[in-house]
Ligand binder design. Structure first.
Ligand code: GLN
Ligand code: ZN
Length: 772
């Protein structure tokens, strides 16, 4: 590629940077503030230092235009709620009295006032606080924070671009406030919201903003004509403002699809599009609308949410294609870099040969700068970077870590029959009934028991060398004894070992599977001050030895009742990790499934009659667009069945999912062909039981009768009432009695009382069944 005059000044930019700081300073300051140890002023000072440090780092790396407003004390959607004055009534007094305290009250709730609901940000593992709106919502512009942060960046002598959540995405992410009766569509508030955005834009321009980025990721989802119309109206109106900065409307996480012509026609000054996974769809759509003449195109060619180095030559080719399609082309990551950890260079435990395949936020920033330089000045200007990149990509492709012939041969040899149980459900059910001899309405739990401070201390002691492995395992055994004896005493029918040895349901397995890497500092924000360190699924997956059999067998040795084996399913193992980008997800899932299949078979061989494979992430990884659902669900359900189908008919396979809205995947749940499924239901009053029945779900199900999300103890009568409701939809022969989810976040006292009540409820309702 040769240098192109139109691209002579391609700019490098990002939409957002990790907020926490290298040592998670932000988390520490905020949590210290909550505990009263850090004053509000000191928290603000820490935040300002972190922002300045991030901007300086970006500028020093060669980023031409830094983002502002991407920082947040908790969540950027909550910040938008503050910016547009949509404070829920129940929080208004607190926010008026003390904006920072009120802000945290909206995020976390107080003794008396419930927080805003939290949910996943598109298909990422970040959670935002859901705006609550109603017909009476009055918006008022409150751009103080945005203006202040812009001024901070400008004061450092930087070119800065404020980033806002766009009005369409804000309204589409909102839900009706709890006191709003009937159907209410927040999008009907658009005409009230736009003047507030106009005011914010005017203030940002007055403060020195040349460009403002307005994020509209909701437009990469399937949208109705009315919603697209609203988007057209919004950007026609905002574009028509005279007193405004230039507008860059940003999309990410998928293709813009039918929203692309809408935005291309709008009187805005630039669009930002995702050219990673969505590259070919967005390219075609851009060509179809005749490009973006007169507009700026910001090309997200560096994947902002995986941790792999970019293929620089491929990105340059994409950028080259784009040059003819817009007035100017700038280079960015596909989305905010907040979804990846900060810096690979602090990782000490990862082999340097592998480390060079990885790019966290800092490395991605350098890639963006390199690509912008290559675009402006031609490939010769970045020859050194290109050759390093080529070598790293080649080393990854040829590595025995990413190419294990035995794993590949096995995955290729998988047949349809491998993913099918040997007998149909009716025959399995009969064999299981004979083997297990369970009463009607059998009771069980979802797997984990309270993760006590003692258990966490034991793990920390082991890591710090204060106790040895033998000492640690003694503590785990003691805990298992307690959990088993409690369940026996309480009269639970199918026991669990309680998962005391597990730090986390994905990490625990990732640490034992070959092909996974762990980071020391790879923290990513999950919500608020909660950060997680997802493992990296880097290579071909195999299981050197059994992972759970010892603990399950130990628990089984303590009881005559069946003890359920407990595994994390293949889809969830992928969903809560950084996954490889060099092969289709379905292929990766299949490798994980085969490793889990060996574990399931080993559990069975050790005498385990009931094995649960959890898939809480099955629904959350559903692609953003319906057209992609079928392909995803096909490999996801195949992977689950592949991991579970190798057992004899008399071995009972359970699965578990912790959500109640599964309408769009009920067929997939059926396709898992699990003998028993436990689901969240207590808060939805057994609605799931009715939905399963309406679908004609043919197998056994345990809609939760104990909401584990709160310390509240359900009474036996309350649980019995839920069971009676459940029985209206699911016959007694197929109804299980269990909590909503695992008990690891609960304390022992409420767990004891709740499970005792649950068993009492099952006994009461059994007594009411007609005798056969
Ligand atoms: N077996 C796991 C537990 O009980 C399931 C957790 C989950 O569904 N998220 O903790
Ligand atoms: Zn759950």
């Amino acid at each position: 590629m040769t240098a192109n005059s139109a691209a002579a000044a391609a700019r490098a930019t990002v939409y957002g940077y990790p907020r926490q700081g290298q040592h998670r300073e932000l988390k520490k300051a905020i949590e210290g503030h909550w505990k009263g140890r850090v004053t509000a002023d000191s928290l603000r000072a820490t935040a300002a230092e972190l922002r300045a440090a991030h901007w300086r780092a970006l500028a020093a790396a060669g980023i031409d235009e830094v983002p502002t407003g991407d920082f947040s004390y908790y969540d950027h959607v909550l910040d938008t709620t503050v910016m547009v004055g949509a404070i829920p009534e129940r929080h208004r007094a607190a926010v008026d009295a003390d904006p920072l305290g009120g802000y945290f009250a909206m995020a976390r709730g107080t003794q008396d006032v419930a927080p805003l609901e939290m949910t996943k940000w598109f298909d990422t593992n970040y959670h935002y606080l859901v705006p609550e709106l109603g017909p009476d919502t009055v918006f008022t512009a409150n751009p103080a924070q945005q203006v202040a942060e812009l001024k901070e960046a400008l004061a450092l002598g930087l070119t800065a671009r404020p980033v806002l959540v766009g009005p369409i995405t804000y309204l589409l992410l909102a839900k009706p406030a709890p006191d709003v009766a009937g159907d209410f569509d927040p999008l009907t508030l658009l005409d009230r919201l736009l003047p507030v955005y106009a005011e914010v834009l005017a203030d940002l321009r007055a403060a020195g903003a040349q460009w403002v980025q307005v994020d509209e990721p909701a437009l990469v989802q399937d949208r109705t004509p009315a919603q697209l119309d609203a988007a057209a109206r919004a950007y026609r109106d905002l574009g028509a403002l005279t007193d405004r900065p230039k507008l860059l409307v940003a999309s990410y996480f998928d293709r813009l699809g039918e929203a692309l012509p809408v935005l291309a026609k709008a009187p805005v000054d630039g669009l930002a599009l995702d050219f990673t996974e969505a590259a070919s769809a967005n390219l075609d759509a851009l060509a179809a609308v005749g490009g973006l003449p007169g507009k700026r195109l910001v090309a997200g060619v560096v994947n902002g949410r995986n941790i792999w180095i970019n293929d620089l030559e491929k990105s340059l080719a994409t950028l080259g294609t784009l040059l003819g399609l817009a007035d100017r082309v700038d280079v960015a990551a596909s989305c905010s870099l907040m979804h990846v950890p900060l810096d690979t260079s602090v990782e000490r435990d990862i082999d340097p040969q592998i480390l060079r395949w990885l790019a966290f936020a800092r490395q991605k920033t350098a890639e963006i700068v390199t690509l912008a330089r290559g675009l402006s000045r031609g490939t010769a200007a970045i020859e050194g970077e290109l050759s390093t990149n080529r070598a790293a990509l080649a080393s990854r492709a040829a590595s025995p870590i990413t190419r294990d012939p035995a794993v590949r041969a096995r995955a290729e040899a998988v047949t349809d029959a491998d993913a099918r149980r040997s007998q149909p459900y009716a025959e399995r059910a009969a064999a299981q009934r004979a083997r297990l001899g369970l009463p009607l309405l059998p009771t069980t739990t979802i797997g984990s028991f309270p993760q006590t401070t003692e258990l966490r201390t034991a793990r920390a002691d082991l890591r710090a060398g204060r106790i040895d492995t033998a000492g640690y395992e003694e503590r785990i055994k003691a805990e298992i004894q307690e959990v088993v004896s409690f369940q026996e005493k309480t009269g639970i029918d199918v026991l669990v070992h309680g998962e005391p040895e597990r730090n986390d349901m994905v990490q625990y397995f990732a640490e034992q599977l070959t092909g996974y890497l762990a980071t020391q500092h790879g923290w990513v924000q999950s919500y608020g001050t909660r950060y997680v360190r997802p493992p990296i699924l880097a290579g071909d997956i195999s299981r050197p030895e059994p992972m759970t059999v010892r603990w399950t067998s130990y628990a089984q040795s303590l009881s005559d009742r069946p003890v359920k084996g407990m595994l994390t399913g293949p889809v969830t193992m992928l969903a809560w990790s950084f996954v490889r980008d060099d092969q289709p997800l379905g292929g990766t899932a299949r490798q994980v499934a085969l490793a889990l299949r060996d574990e399931v078979n080993d559990l069975e061989a050790a005498g385990t009659a009931v094995i649960q494979v959890d898939e809480p992430a099955l629904r959350e990884t559903l692609p953003l667009r319906a057209a992609d659902h079928g392909a995803y669900l096909a490999w996801a359900t195949e992977a689950f069945r592949l991991s579970t189908a190798g057992v004899a008919p008399g071995t009972q396979i359970h699965t578990h999912m912790c959500y109640a809205e599964f309408g769009d995947i009920v067929q997939a749940i059926d396709d898992l062909d699990a003998d028993v499924i436990s689901l969240e239901a207590a808060r939805s009053h057994m609605q799931v039981a009715r939905e399963l029945a309406a679908h004609g779900y043919p197998r056994e199900a345990g809609p939760g009768v104990y909401d584990i999300h709160s310390p509240r103890v359900p009474s036996a009568e309350e649980a019995a009432e839920l069971l009676r409701t459940g029985l209206e939809a699911i016959p007694a022969e197929r109804l299980w009695v269990n909590p909503d989810c695992g008990l690891k976040t609960r304390g022992w006292p409420e767990t004891r009382a709740s499970l005792e009540n649950l068993v009492t409820a099952a006994r009461t309702v059994r007594g009411e069944l007609p005798s056969v």
